[in-house]
Design a protein around this ligand. Structure first.
Ligand code: PGA
Length: 233
């Protein structure tokens, strides 16, 4: 069971230092991965939590203004990297082709990619979930050598669920996780989108969920403690 904490674009330096002190107090036997902002990565200092980034450059070091390379992330003790979060697909117009390059860069630098996929509300209503999920997975994993394929963590995050307080039914999650398993039978699949200390009791019953990607909840260590305490597995 892996719990990935996505701070998104939150927590200034001062806020992050205070937050870290609270996060240090979390008690759990689950694997926690914290993905702070780029600026907070080098301030990270918690022994029993691993470090992730929210993004990775599709390029190596060089003339790519504003980018942070996999090499730099690795040197800052990053182990995991989120790739293709729906907010980056939306606001930075990231394409599956670019995400494929990012996955390759992650592996070149010995980082574990967490690939985010998920449909919009409109796509679900138009019965296009399978088409979208398959396309996003297949295009993102193009030419990734088989020995690396199984190491990719897939985060199923329905876009209509992120930050909205609405979660899919367990049947809907199970259905998508099965679609992913048709392509990647051995990969870890985590769920993301409004997961919290209240709905975890429902999500617990979904046997194909092997971890969580938490946005809002990552910013509240008290609620996070309640969440991890209630996780069954
Ligand atoms: P949320 O975000 O938990 O706030 O819905 C999840 C995510 O965007 O990864």
């Amino acid at each position: 069971m892996i719990i990935i904490l996505n701070n998104k674009s939150n927590l200034s330096k001062k806020e992050f230092m205070e937050y870290q002190e609270e996060l240090k107090k979390i008690e759990t036997d689950k694997k926690l991965v914290l993905c702070p902002t780029y600026l907070n990565i080098n301030l990270f200092n918690i022994e029993n939590i691993e470090l992730g980034s929210q993004n990775i450059s599709a390029y190596s070091d060089g003339a790519y203004t504003g980018e942070v390379s996999g090499k730099s992330l690795k040197e800052s003790n990053v182990t995991y990297t989120i790739i293709g979060h729906s907010e980056r697909r939306k606001y930075q117009k990231e394409t599956n082709k670019e995400l494929n390059e990012k996955i390759k860069k992650a592996f070149e630098n010995n980082l574990i990619p967490i690939l985010c996929i998920g449909e919009t509300k409109e796509e679900r209503e138009a019965n296009r979930v399978k088409e979208i999920i398959k396309k996003d997975v297949i295009e993102a994993i193009q030419d990734i050598p088989s020995e690396n394929l199984e190491r990719i963590i897939i985060a199923y995050e329905p876009i209509w669920s992120i930050g909205t307080g609405i979660i899919p039914t367990n049947e809907q999650i199970e259905e998508v996780n099965n679609m992913i398993k048709e392509i990647l039978p051995n990969n870890t699949i985590v769920y993301g989108g409004s997961a919290n200390e209240e709905n975890i009791e429902v999500l617990n019953k979904c046997s194909s969920i092997e971890g969580y990607l938490l946005g809002g909840l990552s910013l509240n260590p008290d609620k996070l403690q309640k969440f991890v305490d209630k996780i069954k597995m």
